[in-house]
Design a protein around this ligand. Structure first.
Ligand code: FA5
Length: 342
C-alpha cells in the first residue's frame, strides 16, 4: 500500500520529534517579523511541512491513522503556539510602525527668525559712530540715585527730577531709597569719566526705564545711545558736526536736522535735535550739550584745559523715523505681523 506522505518518506519514517526540534530551532533564529512569517509559511502554511503531513494521513490504514493524527495535530498546535509567542516577543521589542523613522520624508522647512527692528537700528547707530572713531561701552540698568541724578547736578530737591519720572527699587538705606532703574544712559558719563583720562570718545547703548504713560512717541522702556567726547579744544562745532554726520548717515543727506536750545542740568549749553517727519512735524531725536564744567572739575579734570560734549539718542524714535512707523508701541507689542516686515 502507498504510504507516501511527506517527500520521500513514508509516515512510518517520519520522526515527528525531530521535526519539532528543527522547527523550534529555526523559529528561535527568526529575529524579525518577516523571518517569523516565512517560518510560519514553511511549517504551518497551506504548503507547509506539517500541513502536508496532516493531509497525507488519509492514506494510512485506519488503525494507525488515529494515533498518527493525534501526534501530528499536537505538533501543529505546539508550533502554532510557539509561533504566537515568538511574534508577540518580536512585536514588543521592535518599535511600533508609527514611531519608526522614515528617512525618506522631506525635512521640515527651517524657520529662520531675524533681529528685532530696535536691535537692527541700534547696530546701525553703533556702526555710524564706530566709523567716526567711537568705542562702545555698556553700563548697569539698575543704578544708584547718585549716578543717575546727583552727580549729574540733579540733587534730590531739584525740579529737573520731574523731567524723568522714575521707577525706584524697593531697597531702603538710611531712610532713603537710593536705587532705581536708570532713566537715561547719562550716568555712564560719570562712571566712565571716573575711570578714564582724556581723550575720551565713547558711546553707551542701553535700555532705560521711565514711569511714563505711553503714547505714540513715549514708552516706559526705551533704548538710548549716550555719547561722550572729552579732549582739549572740543567745541560746540564738534558736537554739531558729529550729530549732523550721524543724522545724514542714518536718514540720508537731504534730511533736515533742527538744533534748538534745551535744558539739561549736566550740560551747558544744552540742545535738542529734532528731524522733520513726513507730515511736516518735527520729532525730537536726542538731547545734547557741552559737558558742564562742574562735572569735569568734580571728577578731577581741569575744565580750563579739557572740554567735551555729550548726547543721548532715542533709538525707538530713530527706528520710527527710519522705517516710517507712526506709533512707538508697535515695537514691544510682540505682534509677529509687525515684526516680520523687517
Ligand atoms: C535725556 O535722557 C538726556 N540724558 C539726554 C542727554 C544726554 C542730554 C547727554 C544731554 C547730554 P531726554 O529725556 O530728552 O534726555 O531723552 C533723550 C531722548 O530719548 C529723547 O530725545 C527721545 O528720543 C528719547 N526718549 C525719551 N523719553 C522717551 C520715551 N518715554 N519713549 C521713547 N523715547 C524716549
Amino acid at each position: 500500500m502507498e504510504e507516501r506522505l511527506y517527500g520521500d518518506h513514508t509516515m512510518a519514517d517520519i520522526d515527528l520529534a525531530a521535526v519539532e526540534r528543527r522547527a523550534l530551532d529555526e523559529l528561535a533564529a527568526a529575529c524579525d517579523a518577516a523571518a517569523a512569517a516565512a517560518w510560519r509559511a514553511r511549517y504551518l502554511g497551506k504548503k507547509g511541512e506539517v500541513t502536508q503531513l496532516l493531509r497525507g494521513l488519509g492514506v494510512l490504514p485506519a488503525d494507525r491513522r488515529k494515533q498518527a493524527g493525534q501526534t501530528a495535530n499536537r505538533l501543529r498546535a505546539l508550533l502554532q503556539e510557539a509561533f504566537d509567542r515568538r511574534r508577540a516577543l518580536l512585536e514588543a521589542s521592535s518599535p511600533a510602525p508609527s514611531a519608526a523613522i522614515d528617512v525618506t520624508l522631506p525635512a521640515r522647512p527651517h524657520r529662520q527668525g531675524h533681529l528685532h527692528p530696535i536691535t537692527l537700528t541700534l547696530r546701525e547707530i553703533e556702526r555710524a559712530f564706530r566709523d567716526m572713531g567711537f568705542a562702545v561701552v555698556e553700563g548697569p540698568q539698575v543704578e544708584w540715585d547718585e549716578y543717575n541724578f546727583e552727580r549729574l547736578r540733579i540733587p534730590a530737591d531739584h525740579p529737573a527730577r520731574d523731567m524723568w519720572d522714575t521707577l525706584w527699587i524697593d531697597y531702603e538705606r538710611d531712610g532713603r531709597y537710593p536705587m532705581l532703574l536708570r532713566t537715561h544712559t547719562s550716568p555712564m558719563q560719570i562712571r566712565y569719566i571716573e575711570r578714564h583720562r582724556p581723550p575720551i570718545r565713547v558711546i553707551v547703548p542701553g535700555t532705560c526705564y521711565r514711569y511714563e504713560a505711553t503714547d505714540a512717541t513715549h514708552e516706559w522702556m526705551l533704548t538710548q545711545v549716550e555719547g561722550l567726547v572729552i579732549d582739549e579744544g572740543i567745541s560746540f562745532a564738534h558736537l554739531k558736526g558729529t550729530l549732523e554726520a550721524f543724522v545724514h548717515r542714518l536718514f540720508g543727506p537731504d534730511v533736515e536736522a533742527r538744533f534748538r536750545c534745551d535744558y539739561f542740568p549736566f550740560v551747558e549749553p544744552g540742545a535738542e535735535v529734532a528731524i522733520r517727519w513726513r507730515d511736516g512735524r518735527w520729532i525730537e531725536l536726542l538731547g545734547a550739550g557741552m559737558v558742564h564744567p562742574e562735572i569735569l572739575a568734580a571728577t578731577g579734570y581741569d575744565p580750563a584745559r579739557y572740554t567735551g560734549f555729550a548726547f543721548g539718542i532715542g533709538v525707538e524714535r530713530t527706528a520710527m523715523l527710519r522705517y516710517g512707523i507712526d506709533d512707538i508701541r508697535y515695537f514691544y507689542d510682540n505682534a509677529l505681523g509687525f515684526l516680520e516686515q523687517f
